[in-house]
Design a protein around this ligand. Structure first.
Ligand code: G4P
Length: 524
């Protein structure tokens, strides 16, 4: 029973956003409410500045920071909050996709002036694949931005989700007066400040007090707006939210700590506690007494003097206890962890026990691969984490004939960590690395040299997309592979991948081979 109470008070989520929308600012304000930091400005942004792309050590320093801030946990009211950080730089988007498999819900931050941006759209796609519940925070209301009604339309259309505003802005930019809290019937007046949490005034929307506070003109406009909202957007149905069909929307300014507490208070109430997780064999309920978990992220410490990795494990069920023997399903071995860690804002501490919903860091020296499952003995495999078609492709070649073995080992281990994707061309046997951005190629080259003493060279290959293919028609599949033999590759799990060199070629292939399914993600 103790387990049950511990589990139901947990809220494990990620904040996702297009770079610069305000993720770091919002995270910091949430930590402020959790008492993890005392003043704003204490959390360093882990985003990699654009200017740093050529300065490798600088990037590493910044990534070093992100190890400790990868998970931030704190208590708020009766809840235990776990925020999973996601890399700010979009070249590491793959990392974010994987992190999303370990959360029970997400908060999406949208810049009120820019609306929905590319990265937000992509991340939402991943949430949709798993029906992850979503809350939207429209940020930067202290700046001139889009009309809030237009923004709601844009959110619905671009993110393909129904929305329901729970707070509503009164003007914006220089004229920004505050927000009306629709679900609590409170007026929250804006005072620009990074530290102070503004007071809320309880006002009935039809009272004269509202006119006294914001003037008759704005009060009337607010009444009209709210009437329109009530007419157009049905009341929030929590089940709709939990199933990922409707997103509550909040407005505010993270930088000014405005509208953040409203968001947090509503979040802890409606966001889900750890949800059941689908394994290949069966569905695993968080309340089950026995421990199960999976590795969703591995972070390497690049400092050659302290080479160690941390494997991040999401606990799916039961209770994890330090020094207890756990079963590593893939290699069939029993392991004890003497120094598992949990993460506070900028500290790491050793934990003695942790519950479903929590994330623990396990010291790793090559024992783990992304997706590995730990149990108390059951042969369980949590469903594979999806790989998405990379955006960029290059041949990787050995630049030092004496170091062939080191290179192969390095590539193998970096791929286990999920740094990028490897495809082996079936026609010429050459290895192709696929990434989301240029920066990942630099990471790989640097790490191969520094950690494995292997040097590599990149050679161009012009490819458009990697498609995982399958068909019930074995003959057609064979015919396709024969026709496209120069473009057929295997992924690391030995599955067939078609490397299309242009969108036209892909379209033609789809038309010519109607019985073949082309997937842009490895989970289908
Ligand atoms: P990110 O993690 O999503 O990339 O965004 P981050 O919080 O770092 O915010 C990006 C920029 O937007 C920062 O400015 C930040 O100060 C600003 N910002 C965030 N929230 C608000 C807001 O509510 N109102 C306004 N006006 N600005 C906001 P910067 O100049 O890039 O960095 P800094 O010098 O302020 O740190």
């Amino acid at each position: 029973m103790a387990n049950q109470n511990e589990i139901s008070r947990r809220r494990t989520f990620a904040i996702i956003a297009h770079p610069d929308a305000g993720k770091t600012s919002l995270t910091e304000k949430l930590l402020l409410f959790g008492g993890q930091i005392q003043v704003a400005g204490a959390v360093k942004s882990n985003k990699i500045k654009k200017t740093a792309t050529s300065d490798w050590m600088e990037i590493e320093k910044q990534r070093g920071i992100s190890v400790t801030t990868s998970v931030m946990e704190f208590d708020y009211l009766d809840y235990k909050i776990n925020i999973l950080d996601t890399p700010g730089h979009q070249d590491f988007a793959e990392d974010t996709y994987r992190t999303l498999t370990a959360v029970d819900s997400v908060i999406i931050v949208v810049d009120g002036a820019k609306g929905v941006e590319t990265q937000t759209r992509k991340l939402m796609e991943v949430c949709r694949m798993r029906n992850t519940p979503v809350i939207i925070f429209v940020n930067k209301m202290d700046r001139e931005g889009k009309d809030p009604f237009d923004l709601l339309d844009e959110l619905e259309e671009e993110l393909m989700i129904k929305v329901r505003p729970l707070t509503w802005p009164i003007e914006q930019g220089m004229r920004f007066k505050g927000v009306y809290n629709i679900y609590e019937n409170k007026l929250d007046l804006f005072q620009p400040s990074k530290q102070i949490v503004t007071e809320k005034i309880e006002v009935d929307i039809n009272s004269e007090e509202l006119d006294n506070q914001i003037g008759t003109h704005l009060a009337d406009k607010l009444r009209n707006d709210l009437e329109l909202i009530e007419g157009v957007y049905p009341e929030l149905d929590q089940t709709e939210y939990l199933e990922g069909h409707t997103a509550p929307v909040f407005f505010g300014s993270a930088l000014n700590n405005f509208g953040v507490q409203e968001l947090l208070n509503c979040f802890v109430q409606i966001a889900p506690s750890p949800r059941p997780i689908e394994a290949v064999e069966r569905e695993v309920e968080p309340e089950e007494p026995k421990f199960t978990g999976f590795i969703f992220k591995i972070t390497a410490n690049i400092d050659p003097n302290h080479r160690s990795c941390v494997a991040f494990c999401k606990i799916c069920s039961g209770k994890f206890t330090r020094n207890a023997p756990y079963f590593h399903v893939r290699n069939g071995k029993s392991i004890r962890f003497s120094s598992p860690t949990q993460f506070m804002a900028q500290r790491k501490t050793t934990v003695d026990e942790a519950y479903a919903g929590d994330i623990i860091g396990l010291p790793d020296n090559g024992t783990f691969k992304i997706g590995d499952t730990l149990t108390e003995g059951e042969l369980l495999h949590f469903r594979g984490l999806p790989s998405f078609s990379p955006e960029m492709f290059k041949y990787i070649e050995n630049a030092d004939p004496m170091k062939q073995k080191q290179l192969a080992k390095g590539i193998d281990q970096l791929m286990d960590e999920g740094v990028a994707q490897l495809f082996v061309n079936q026609f010429n046997g050459r290895k192709i690395i696929g990434t989301v951005g240029q920066l990942q190629f630099e990471v790989i080259q640097y790490r191969l040299l520094n950690e494995y003493n292997a040097s590599c060279r990149w050679e161009p290959v012009s490819l458009y997309k990697a498609c995982w293919i399958e068909s019930d028609d074995a003959a057609e599949l064979e015919a396709f592979k024969k026709r496209k033999y120069q473009y057929m590759a295997k992924d690391r799990d030995g599955r067939d991948v078609f490397l299309a060199d242009s969108s036209y070629v892909l379209q033609m292939a789809q038309m010519d081979f109607k019985n073949i399914r082309f997937h842009f993600s490895s989970e289908f």
